[in-house]
Design a protein. Structure first.
Length: 60
């Protein structure tokens, strides 16, 4: 997932909303980055699980 466009828009909103708005939009951006990282970890774990299942099925 490419978040560049969303993060650029969030940055624009942060700059236009003043200090309080900036803090809010900064946190939103951080949440999006963390969600993307978590999705990457989930995908890697799913792939590893499929490999384990394939090895288990082959061993039976």
């Amino acid at each position: 997932m490419n978040l560049d466009v969303a993060l650029r828009k969030i940055h624009e909103l942060a700059l236009s909303d003043g200090d309080l708005g900036y803090a809010y939009w900064h946190q939103v951006g951080q949440l999006l980055r963390r969600a993307a990282a978590m999705q990457g970890e989930i995908d890697a774990l799913n792939q590893e699980l499929e490999l384990c299942r394939a090895r288990l099925a082959k061993a039976k």
